[in-house]
Design a protein around this ligand. Structure first.
Ligand code: NI
Length: 148
């Protein structure tokens, strides 16, 4: 258990009610953990805003029967191989493919690559989930070491 500090602060009633609604809607039973996670979300947002090292997942949906498209999407990935950790391809039906590309690198590089993939004609949808490598979230001296 890490050291805890008990904070006390004041917010106006509408904001407190809004917080409670948000907590209830996300099924958090513990208000403290909900607020801790809001702060962590803010920290990760700042990592992305400041172009720090980040972890992301790019998900694209495309029609592989479209001429040259699959090859072009693979070319983009090979040009950015240094930031790609893994790619999973799913054949959704006869024509449609989904690809989940897990990436780690500077936030701007990840965004640039996501846009390169998304802008291709035939890519029906592209999204980027903004994750963290955990650098600013981990508690010093308390990091787990996984044995593989
Ligand atoms: Ni496929």
């Amino acid at each position: 258990m890490t050291d805890l500090v008990r904070l006390s602060f004041s917010i106006d009633v509408p904001l407190a009610e809004r917080l409670e609604k948000m907590r209830a809607a996300t099924s958090y039973e513990n208000r403290s953990e909900f607020i801790r996670d809001l702060i962590r979300d803010r920290i990760v947002s700042e990592e992305w805003e400041n172009n720090e090292q980040a972890l992301g997942t790019i998900t694209i949906l495309y029609d592989h029967t479209r001429r040259n498209l699959a090859e072009e999407l693979i070319d983009v990935q090979h040009s950015n191989h240094a930031i790609i950790l893994a790619t999973t391809h799913v054949h959704l039906d006869r024509d449609l493919c989904a690809e989940m590309i897990m990436v780690k690198g500077a936030a701007d590089e990840i965004r640039r690559m996501a846009n390169l993939l998304r802008r291709h004609k035939g890519v029906l949808h592209g999204s980027l989930s903004l994750g963290s490598t955990g650098g600013r979230l981990a508690v010093k001296g308390k990091r787990h070491r996984h044995k593989h």
